[in-house]
Structures are given as C-alpha cells and as structure tokens.
Design a protein around this ligand. Structure first.
Ligand SMILES: *[C@@H]1O[C@H](CO)[C@@H](O)[C@H](O)[C@H]1NC(C)=O
Ligand SMILES: *[C@@H]1O[C@H](CO)[C@@H](O)[C@H](O)[C@H]1NC(C)=O
Length: 244
C-alpha cells in the first residue's frame, strides 16, 4: 500500500469517493474547519479579555463578548451546566475504527452548543459528518466522551490558572451520540442553536452530508476544585439553571 492509499483509507474507507483528488479536498476542508475554529476561538478569547461586562452580552446574534461570572465551585451541578453552555467546542473521544489506530481511544475537536446564547438546554448538540474520523467511529460504536474546559473563556487566564489546574473547571460528559432527523423539533432547535453560535456552519458543503446530533448523557464528571472529580447526577444536571 502506498502512502497515498493509506491516507485515503484513513479518511474515507467505505464512503463512495469518486476520485482520490476529491478525498484530498475533503481532508483540507476538515483541516480548514479546525484552523478556522482555532482562529475564531482565539479572536473571541482576545475580545473577551478586553471586555469587562459581567452579564451575557451578545454583540451580534450568537456571538458573546462576555459571560457572567462562573458559579461557586461548591455548586458542581451548576458549574457543569455553565461550562457546557459557555463552550463553543469540546474534545470528543471515540474508539477508533481507522485502520492504523483501530481500538485506540481517539480524541478529536468538535463544535458544540447546548442552545442559543440566551437559552441553555444542557444537551450538547453537534453538526457532524460521517466523512470525519469521529463521525465514522460513531457508526460502529456510538459511545463517546465530550470534554469541556473553562480555559475556553478568559476566566482561567485572568485567574492565572493553568488549564490543568483543578480550579480551571473541566466537565466530562459520557454517553451515546444520537443522530437527529431533519425536520423534528429537536433538530430545528439544534440547527438554530448551532447556526446562531457558529454562523459559518450554514456554508459547510452539502456533499459532506452534515447532520445534527446530540449526546444522550449517561454520566457526568466535574473537576472544579482540589480533592478530585465530582460525579453529577444527570437528572439534577438537567433541572439546574446555570444562571439563576
Ligand atoms: C433569544 O434571542 C432571540 C433572538 O436572538 C429571541 O428571538 C428569543 O426570543 C430570545 N429568547 C429568550 C428566551 O430570551
Ligand atoms: C439537514 O439540514 C441541514 C441544514 O438545513 C442540511 O444542510 C442537510 O443537508 C440536511 N440533511 C439531510 C439528510 O437532509
């Protein structure tokens, strides 16, 4: 197998691909998304660092200049909802099905949101494609973990907390990733939420067959202070208002 073929099979082993060239284009598209996301979050972080607003302040639909101060660390359930709602992306871990790394844990980056800026549902929604490595893994095994870090906002850097400092909150949601059928109420909610907070998604190419998905959460860990992680009850998580 040549190097080119290995790369090809890593990305799209069983999807209909017309030419090698098209597959390469897809790889660049995925890499382009990752680069655009990093730049967008960097720009947002810089903007937030120069802002002093204390309440949710939308500078345009879906784009937030500053979130309210995080809840106290004792209120772990609220912290979980706060970090999930204020995050624009997460790390998604799946069990890899890609030939060179089959069976290994595989952590990727994915854009997520649990609602538009003014409505938190607690449910992580995503706009996914099976052309992506994680999307493909989930076809064989829908189990995943989404990791969120408070380091995404300006809070940890302002407090001088390293991303691994336990006071820089981490939320780890484990569950099943479920595809949402277009046209359902939930898919419409996901679409409004994602497209308002990630407007570029509207222009992602239709031939990549993007679909809306959510995580059906089965377990929640929160690490927001010294003394090890806390487990948060899933029902309590959904009942909590992160901003009340
Ligand atoms: C949230 O904002 C949108 C416009 O961006 C508005 O239409 C909607 O009524 C608001 N919802 C709530 C609950 O405030
Ligand atoms: C679902 O809706 C999105 C957004 O309108 C669209 O891009 C996508 O192609 C649709 N998917 C299907 C399977 O119809």
């Amino acid at each position: 197998m040549t190097k080119g073929e290995a790369f090809h099979s890593l990305l799209e082993p069983d999807l209909p691909v017309k030419t090698r060239r098209r597959s390469t284009g897809c790889q660049f598209f995925i890499m382009g998304i990752a680069t655009a996301l990093s730049l967008a979050s960097l720009a947002l972080a810089v903007y937030q660092a120069t802002s002093t607003h204390q309440s949710v302040h939308a500078i345009s639909e879906g784009v937030v200049s500053a979130w309210p101060t995080p809840p106290p660390h004792e209120q772990v359930t609220k912290v979980a909802r706060y970090v999930v709602h204020t995050s624009a992306w997460a790390s998604i871990a799946t069990i890899s099905t890609a030939l060179p790394i089959q069976g290994f844990p595989f952590a990727n980056i994915i854009s997520v949101c649990d609602g538009p800026v003014n409505k938190s549902s607690g449910i992580p929604y995503m706009y996914m494609t099976r052309f992506d490595l994680s999307g493909k893994d989930l076809l064989s095994n829908d189990k995943a973990t989404l990791s969120f870090s408070e380091a995404q906002s300006d809070y940890c850097s302002k407090e001088d907390f390293d991303p691994e400092d336990p006071r820089c909150a981490r939320v780890l949601l484990t569950g099943h990733i479920i595809e949402l059928k277009n046209g359902t109420t939930e898919a419409n909610f996901a679409q409004n939420a994602l497209f308002s907070r990630h407007p570029i998604m509207k222009s992602w190419p239709s031939d990549h067959h993007f679909f809306f998905a959510k995580m059906d959460i089965v377990h929640i860990y929160v690490l927001d202070y010294f003394g090890g992680p806390s487990e948060v009850n899933v029902d309590e998580y959904f009942k909590t208002d992160p901003f009340a």
